[in-house]
Design a protein around this ligand. Structure first.
Ligand code: NAP
Length: 203
């Protein structure tokens, strides 16, 4: 398969890239990628990436392990702060699905990434929790309309082991998710036949 991984240089992305690179051709994209630069918060940038990818033929799967939202207490979040998450993690990922047909084969898959905050938010995450929940609802609704064209799923995991040292203090009592367990979500979406699924990996 040919697979595009956006955010492929990140903590979660690297594990995805390492796995799928073993038997597939993987394109790694991100804001600081020299070969496949993209900012998912910018629709023009997404379209430019998909055009470039398509030059060597349509691909089988798009995985997004990127997207930002601002963490702060609700009383300190401005409307502009909320817009960071809305533009990046929510609409950025929505737009990947909306324009996927530009570089994705029929019946190809798009796999998005959210996280446990959608279902089990912790302190200072009103924005991040909100956009994660929005992506979950979008995926379920979009799949109803796209069954004949593409598959779309989202992987929502708890704090992953490789990021646990960084996030442990924000997630008291949350068990870290081993990287190979987290990876199962992406494998289920890319290699399986499911669509419209919120693939939750929380323990
Ligand atoms: N870490 C966890 O425990 C965990 C658990 C569940 C869900 N998540 C979610 O999973 C996603 C990835 O997390 P992570 O821990 O792997 O983050 P990370 O280590 O910071 O990596 C994020 C990757 O995405 C790229 N990126 C960020 N914003 C982008 C944008 N607007 N357009 C294109 N690429 C962008 C970054 O590269 P550039 O800076 O070069 O663009 C980087 O390669 C995030 O949405 C996070 O909320 C994380």
């Amino acid at each position: 398969m040919k697979i595009l991984v956006i955010g492929g240089a990140g903590t979660i992305g690297k594990t995805i890239v390492d796995h799928f690179s073993k038997e597939n051709q993987v394109f790694v994209a991100g804001r600081s990628s020299a070969e496949y630069p993209v900012d998912i918060a910018d629709t023009k940038s997404i379209k430019a990436l998909f055009k470039k990818i398509k030059k060597s033929g349509k691909i089988d799967a798009i995985i997004c392990a990127a997207g930002e939202a601002k963490w702060a207490r609700m009383k300190d979040l401005s409307e502009a702060d909320y817009h960071i998450g809305l533009k990046s993690k929510l609409m950025g990922q929505v737009n990947l699905v909306r324009y996927a047909h530009k570089c994705l084969k029929r019946k190809g898959s798009v796999t998005l990434t959210t996280g446990i905050l959608a279902d089990d938010p912790v302190y200072t995450t009103t924005s991040a929790a909100m956009v994660n929940g929005g992506v979950h609802s979008f995926v379920q609704a979009a799949a109803l309309e796209m069954r004949k064209e593409i598959r779309v799923n989202v992987v929502s995991s708890g704090v992953v082991m490789d990021a646990y040292a960084k996030y442990e203090k924000y997630f008291p009592g949350h068990p870290p998710i081993p990287m190979d367990k987290m990876l199962m979500g992406y494998r289920r979406s890319v290699d399986g036949r499911v669509t419209g699924e919120v693939i939750r990996i929380y323990s």
